[in-house]
Design a protein around this ligand. Structure first.
Ligand SMILES: *[C@@H]1O[C@H](CO)[C@@H](O)[C@H](O)[C@H]1NC(C)=O
Ligand SMILES: *[C@@H]1O[C@H](CO)[C@@H](O)[C@H](O)[C@H]1NC(C)=O
Ligand SMILES: *[C@@H]1O[C@H](CO)[C@@H](O)[C@H](O)[C@H]1NC(C)=O
Length: 319
């Protein structure tokens, strides 16, 4: 059995000065978490403690000697449970030309996905969990290209509805997640739901991906949040959008009957509201179409007829 050696013994740099630090406790790498508190993931990470420390590892994703984000990694499925990060002002917008990095601390390939696992499969992309497009600087972006931050993701889902969701949420954060000192600041947690037995070589193909964000919006004078969930299957149409949901709904999907999932514990992140009301104000952003503040996916005749009915009724009453 290969054990994780004490951290100090493992802090060696490679020629590209890349390394990821496997830390014992999430409190060693919590600056990307709102309130310095990780999500409560039933059966996996409860009250900041990992229940099965042999299977789940906290990776403080470090690149060029700087910590960039944090990943909770499942060495059995060889995919992340989630990556958490802080969205700030974009310094660089280009996707970097880079290569996929392996964590030296996990370089025993028994424990993590390798390039070979993902090679030459056009059904599945290497789907980023912390997207490169959300990272601020060129180096922050490069740091997301690590094999512990990706999952096999259905190609048209990755490039289609999931990508639109990422871009729309980014637009929301850029416009509304302005903190009290005028800086852009949003907290994002993105994760994967492992499947029971779908594999790409040695790597679990997750059945679904999910993402949530929360921030204080000084421009709105309130905390705002939303979540998304998408099955990891090819998009059935180019016009597909993921439905924006409340944190409460997302937590309900991710929870277990006896234990609740809590995305942002101990915070003021709203559980029962979303940011869909802002979508019509965002220009050139691929947000789901909205009609008078409500999402029209899937479009139902009821959604159109009902307001008309109410309007006629109210009109009739007021006459
Ligand atoms: C990697 O881990 C496996 C399983 O514990 C072990 O059999 C193997 O010898 C290790 N390889 C290296 C290079 O440490
Ligand atoms: C506001 O966000 C910036 C990042 O854009 C951060 O450096 C700063 O600490 C934040 N200020 C407060 C008061 O949270
Ligand atoms: C990609 O991986 C899936 C799942 O393992 C497999 O069914 C499919 O045939 C692979 N495609 C190619 C081109 O290798």
């Amino acid at each position: 059995m290969w054990h994780f050696l004490p951290i100090t013994a493992l802090l060696f740099s490679l020629s590209d000065r890349t390394f990821a630090e496997v830390v014992q406790s999430i409190s060693d790498c919590d600056h990307y978490l709102i309130n310095h508190t990780p999500p409560h993931v039933p059966g996996i990470l409860e009250n900041g403690r990992i229940l099965n420390q042999n299977r789940y590892k906290i990776i403080c994703q470090t690149y060029r000697n700087r910590r960039r984000f944090v990943t909770l990694y499942d060495v059995q499925n060889k995919i992340p449970v989630f990556s958490a990060f802080r969205f700030v002002d974009q310094v660089d917008r280009k996707r970097p030309k880079t290569y996929w990095k392996i964590e030296p601390q996990m370089k025993n390939y028994t424990y993590q996905a390798s390039n070979k696992d993902y090679k030459a499969n056009n059904t599945f992309d290497r789907g980023h969990i912390f997207p490169s497009s959300y990272a601020s600087s060129k180096e922050d972006k490069e740091s997301t290209f690590t094999l512990t931050n990706i999952v096999p993701q259905a190609e048209s889902f990755n490039k289609g509805s999931w990508n639109k969701m990422e871009m729309c949420t980014k637009c929301v954060m850029e416009k509304y997640c302005i903190n009290s000192s005028g800086g852009t600041e949003g907290f994002v947690v993105t994760g994967a739901q492992p499947s029971l037995n779908s594999m790409l070589n040695r790597v679990n193909v997750p059945s679904a991906l999910w993402s949530a964000f929360c921030c204080y919006s000084a421009v709105r004078g309130a905390w705002i949040a939303s979540g998304h969930w998408g099955n990891n299957v090819q998009d059935e149409s180019k016009h597909k959008y993921l439905e924006t949901m409340t944190l409460e709904n997302l937590q309900h999907i991710l929870g277990m009957s006896n234990s609740e999932f809590v995305m942002f514990p101990g915070t003021k992140c709203p559980l029962t509201t979303t940011v869909t009301e802002f979508y019509p104000e965002l220009k050139n952003c691929p947000c789901p179409p909205t009609v008078s503040g409500s999402i029209t996916s899937p479009p139902s005749h009821f959604a159109f007829i009902f307001p008309l009915f109410v309007y006629s009724y109210l009109h009739w009453v007021s006459c």
